[in-house]
Design a protein around this ligand. Structure first.
Ligand SMILES: Nc1nc2c(ncn2[C@@H]2O[C@H](COP(=O)(O)OP(=O)(O)OP(=O)(O)O)[C@@H](O)[C@H]2O)c(=O)[nH]1
Ligand SMILES: [Mg+2]
Length: 324
């Protein structure tokens, strides 16, 4: 099933139950006192972080979440039942935005929860209004309306390293080489259509779809999936030796990052010059030199060479450790 990493839904908490007007019926007494109970509280809409990246798929086709209304009060001063809360479970890493007010919540740990829309308070029954001067109150109040609005939910993966680069740069091949993943790899562009996570020692690596020039204006797969590298500590930028001009290829991707959000360009970055087996030694050395001249940390790699793969992996770990 396709990965769903954003959705917009309407949600409404439960309305409070109404208070009621009731009278005590006591044996032998014609007029008992007031006994109308208060209404119950309406249920809340609560967002909660869960460790299930694919959770939003389950909500496909759901356009509205509602919490239960509070029940009206009863006779004998009985309060109406509170409405049940409704939980919206979102993958850990998600950001939820209340569209109307702009309020935001980040759910970074499992079980973390926030009330986004509060249920209405129950109204008062006539018992509540009893006083020395008002022995037989006919008053009651209605339950309060509930909060409601539109939520935009966006999944942002939590990973240490985000793989970025042109399609076909060898990102997924490296993820597979570094971790036990068996992500699809193929000799055409946009093989990867949704993010993949892998684990290298204690580090989580996130491989995302490729970017191209103009991705920010919708070219290729667009650039919305860059949300998945927002929370990463490090960018691993793959530049293939197949580019005639590696410096311009590098800068094209950097520019797309900038178009998406400047914050991404401020993350520590390590550059992998990939597929060095595709060109002569002097050629990749020249490309490596050109990239290094930009002041970048550059590691050369080919997935066909185990020693280079191991070296690149160690370089990445060292890079991460030096940040800590
Ligand atoms: N010769 C050679 N081919 C490689 C190397 N790394 C990857 N490839 C091949 O390059 C092609 C693309 O590799 P992928 O890992 O799918 O590239 P990607 O960057 O994930 O591509 P997208 O998912 O489309 O963005 C595949 O045919 C790989 O087998 C390498 O070091 N040397
Ligand atoms: Mg890929």
């Amino acid at each position: 099933m396709a990965f769903v990493d954003e959705m917009t839904v309407k949600a409404n908490a439960g309305k409070g139950g109404d208070g009621v007007v009731r009278w005590l019926h006591l044996k032998g007494k014609e007029f008992g006192g007031p006994s109308g109970g208060n209404g119950g509280r309406g249920g809340d809409i609560i967002i909660r972080g869960v460790r299930d990246l694919n959770r939003l798929v389950r909500y496909k086709g759901v356009s509205e979440f509602s919490a239960e209304n509070g029940a009206d009060g009863f006779r004998n001063d009985m309060e109406g039942r509170n409405g049940t809360h409704t939980y919206i479970d979102v993958p850990v890493g998600s950001r939820v935005v209340h569209k109307e007010s702009g309020r935001e919540w980040d759910l970074l740990t499992e079980g973390e929860e926030y009330i986004v829309f509060e249920g209405g308070r129950g109204g008062f029954g006539n018992s509540h209004f009893k006083s020395s001067t008002n022995q037989r109150p006919e008053q009651f109040s209605e339950g309060k309306p509930a909060e409601e609005g539109t939520l935009f939910i966006e999944v942002r993966l939590i990973a240490d390293v985000g793989f970025i680069g042109f399609p076909n740069a060898g990102k997924s091949s490296l993820l597979n080489a570094f971790t036990k993943k068996k992500t699809k790899v193929a000799a055409y562009e946009f093989t990867t259509l949704e993010p993949n996570l892998g684990v290298l020692y204690n580090y989580v690596l996130a491989d995302i779809p490729g970017l191209i020039e103009g991705a920010s204006s919708g070219k290729g797969l667009g650039h919305a999936f860059l949300r998945h590298v927002r929370r990463t500590r490090v960018l691993l930028h793959c530049v293939s030796t197949e580019h005639e001009d590696v410096v311009s290829a590098y800068k094209t991707i950097r520019d797309e990052l900038l178009q998406y959000d400047e914050v991404l360009t401020q993350k520590p970055e390590i550059v992998f010059l990939t597929k060095i087996d595709e060109v002569s030694e002097s050629e990749y050395k020249e490309k490596e030199k050109e990239l290094k001249a930009l002041g970048l940390t550059v590691i050369v790699v080919s997935i066909l060479d185990d020693t280079l793969v191991k070296g690149a992996q160690d370089a990445l770990i060292t890079f991460l450790e030096n940040l800590a």
